[in-house]
Design a protein around this ligand. Structure first.
Ligand code: MF3
Ligand code: CO
Length: 271
């Protein structure tokens, strides 16, 4: 487990905020009729324009600069030429390397007004991310984060918590120790230490938890075909309160300003 100095955390904040600003730029572009391959191109150009590199591109052979996962696609969806439509649920995950440090986070958007059950899934998944973040303090263990997410999504609402994919440490590498599952027992797993930076990323299905991977080797889908939602923040562990390095404020602002989108609730970190 690699711990970061205060200076390194500030550099990582810049990387995370570049991802936030990339997602905000895309939030302004989303509308029925737009294809996700063109969004990926905008993402790639925006990242290069800001003196950074898209970290997903060529990562273990991944062929794009973003993951754009529509409806039953959980994560790692390929951008395509297919146009987005009214009622599509679109998770956009972006990673950058800026000054050698990674930023990696994600947000789920709704095109038009989704069914009430999906509106709730989006709200609860976002809330669960913040409930996990509240546990990212010194003295806790990874399992405390995992358990908080699972309790709010699976236990309280009966949603499917994906087991095959997990959050992770973040730094000069996209994936560092520890793994941060979205399910687990309170008090279990590695101890959280000051200066540990992790990407917490609940992937929550409206239906059952089971998923499969398409023949393309990447696209992860729900087995039962139900919608899946993904929110991800980059977070640094501290003594009394975690620091959220990424920022949903610019994304939420763009989401509210875009009449083609159904804005999800803004969730605050308590404690
Ligand atoms: N945010 C995802 C993760 O942390 C996306 C990376 S997959 C990639 O695993 F291959 F596209 F990079
Ligand atoms: Co991630």
């Amino acid at each position: 487990m690699i711990l970061k100095t205060a200076e390194e955390v500030e550099l990582m904040r810049h990387s995370a905020l570049l991802v936030s600003n990339t997602l905000a730029m895309i939030a302004a572009e989303l509308k029925p009729g737009i294809d996700t391959l063109s969004l990926d191109k905008r993402i790639r150009e925006f990242i290069y324009d800001h003196k950074a590199v898209p970290s997903f591109l060529n990562y273990h052979g991944y062929p794009y600069s973003s993951c754009i996962s529509v409806n039953d696609v959980v994560v790692h969806g390929f951008p395509t030429k297919k146009a987005l439509q009214e009622k599509d649920i679109v998770s956009i995950d972006v990673g950058v390397i800026l000054n050698d440090w990674h930023g990696d986070h994600a947000y789920t958007f709704a095109i038009g007004e989704p069914d009430p059950a999906v509106v709730q899934l989006i709200r609860v998944t976002k809330e669960s991310l913040y409930k996990g973040i509240e546990k990212a303090v010194v003295g806790n263990r990874v399992g405390d984060i995992s358990n908080a997410i699972q309790e709010h999504t699976e236990k309280a609402h009966g949603y499917g918590v994906v087991r095959e994919l997990v959050g992770h440490g973040l730094g000069k590498n996209l994936h560092e120790d520890p793994q941060v599952p979205n399910y687990g027992k309170r008090g279990s797993g590695p101890k959280l230490k000051e200066g540990l930076v992790i990407a917490i990323e609940p992937m929550i299905n409206l239906g059952k938890k089971e998923v499969y991977t398409d023949k393309d080797g990447w696209t992860v889908r729900t087995k039962d075909g139900t919608v899946s939602v993904h929110f991800e923040h980059d977070v640094c562990v501290y003594k009394n309160k975690a620091a959220i390095l990424s920022d949903y404020a610019p994304i939420e602002k763009a989401e509210r300003a875009n009449s083609n989108l159904f804005p999800s609730a803004t969730v605050q970190l308590f404690s």
